[in-house]
Design a binder for this molecule. Structure first.
Ligand code: NAD
Length: 337
């Protein structure tokens, strides 16, 4: 699992560690990682861990040959859109060149070990719905319910808006090209916005909770009417495990929560929940909300059509936004103590 010390990666690793699989995490432990999210597993030798940057060719080749993976789940990436606008370099290095190095090392490993390309190894690439660009928003003058681009499907054209999403789009193209040209066995998933425990504090939901707990302003980009499709992280990782088990080689699966919410509404839900949980002398956490200048190139709406993975792989969302947010808020309340 590359990026296994990150938010989503650690959720997969916690699940895999409780199965019969041998698990190796490769992670460069950037600022976005949280080794505490998997340290109980490394200390009990339930998983192996190697501090490797996926851009570094030699250690990658070595680790393929020593661990001999049957499945690779590739999550290592630079992931914060705001950082990609300020400093895109790292995004191109890790997300594009790092993915290339992993593809290259996978092919060498298959050839060296004369592995059967269909049964012995699959490269699963974890990507985002942001590669598709944005969708019409209900507030748009020309919004039309019969519009064909109402949801992202696996066939939606790529139109990434930010350096982050452009770098992820490039990595998706590389993975597909390595399948078509070199017959590398791959699957790809494109997922909507995740939330849950261990997410880095720079992302929207942790920012809202932590700022509210510290009674700091809660920044909202622009009017806050941007719509995102929210998915609890463990539902995402269940979907990835389904793809590893049952996914068809060469296929892409869109994963989403069928849970479209405007940012401002989500922030108000979190504030109301904190009001109820903390009951601080009639204090309304929503009074901390402060509208700030909008993000450059901010996409208006994302929404996934998860029909393919639901019908072909029998995957379904388990958490509602209420149950998922409850667990998430509890996690940050505990870690804030
Ligand atoms: P994250 O930022 O929490 O974690 C990324 C992990 O990758 C970190 O542990 C970091 O140390 C590691 N990493 C970064 N650069 C590396 C490098 N060069 N070599 C080795 N390790 C490196 O990210 P996340 O939110 O868990 O996202 C994981 C994957 O899922 C990413 O590929 C992301 O594009 C994708 N994704 C995320 C979301 C979301 O809402 N968070 C949604 C859809 C898809």
């Amino acid at each position: 699992v590359t990026g296994g010390a990150g938010f989503i990666g650690s959720s997969i690793v916690r699940k895999l560690a409780n199965s019969k699989n041998e698990v190796l995490v490769i992670d460069a432990l950037t600022y976005a990682s949280n080794i505490d999210s998997i340290s109980d597993l490394t200390s009990k030798n339930k998983i192996d861990f190697k501090n490797i940057n996926i851009c570094n060719r030699e250690p990658l080749e070595k680790v393929f040959n020593s661990f001999k993976p049957q499945r690779l789940v590739h999550l290592a990436a630079e992931t914060h859109v705001d950082n990609s606008i300020i400093n895109p370099d790292k995004f191109l290095k890790t997300n594009v060149l790092g993915t290339f190095e992993l593809l290259r090392a996978s092919l060498i490993y298959l050839e060296k070990n004369k592995l059967d390309q269909k049964n012995d190894f699959v490269f699963h690439h974890v990507s985002t719905d942001e590669v598709y660009g944005d969708l019409p928003h209900p507030d748009d003058d020309n919004y039309n319910k019969n519009n064909a681009r109402l949801l992202f499907t696996e066939n939606t054209n790529y139109q990434p808006s930010s350096p982050y999403s452009a770098s992820k789009a490039a990595s998706d193209h590389l993975v597909r090209a390595w399948h078509k040209t070199y017959n590398l066995p791959i699957t790809i998933s494109n997922c909507s916005n995740n939330y849950g425990p261990f997410q880095h504090k720079e992302k929207l939901i942790p920012t809202v909770i932590i700022n509210a707990l510290n009674k700091n302003n809660i920044p909202v980009y622009g009017d806050g009417k941007q719509i995102r499709d929210w998915l609890y992280v463990d539902d995402h990782t269940e979907a990835i495990l389904k793809i590893l088990e049952l996914g068809k080689i060469g296929e892409t699966y869109n994963i989403g929560g069928r849970c479209e919410i405007r940012n401002i509404d989500l922030i108000n839900i979190i504030c109301d929940s904190l009001d109820k949980k903390l009951k601080i002398n009639n204090f309304k956490h929503s009074s901390l909300i402060k509208h700030v200048e909008d993000r450059k190139g901010h996409d208006k709406r994302y929404a996934i059509d998860p029909h393919k993975i639901e019908s072909e792989l029998n995957w379904k969302v388990k958490e509602t936004i209420k149950s998922g947010l409850d667990k998430t808020i509890e996690f940050y309340l505990q870690s804030h103590k």
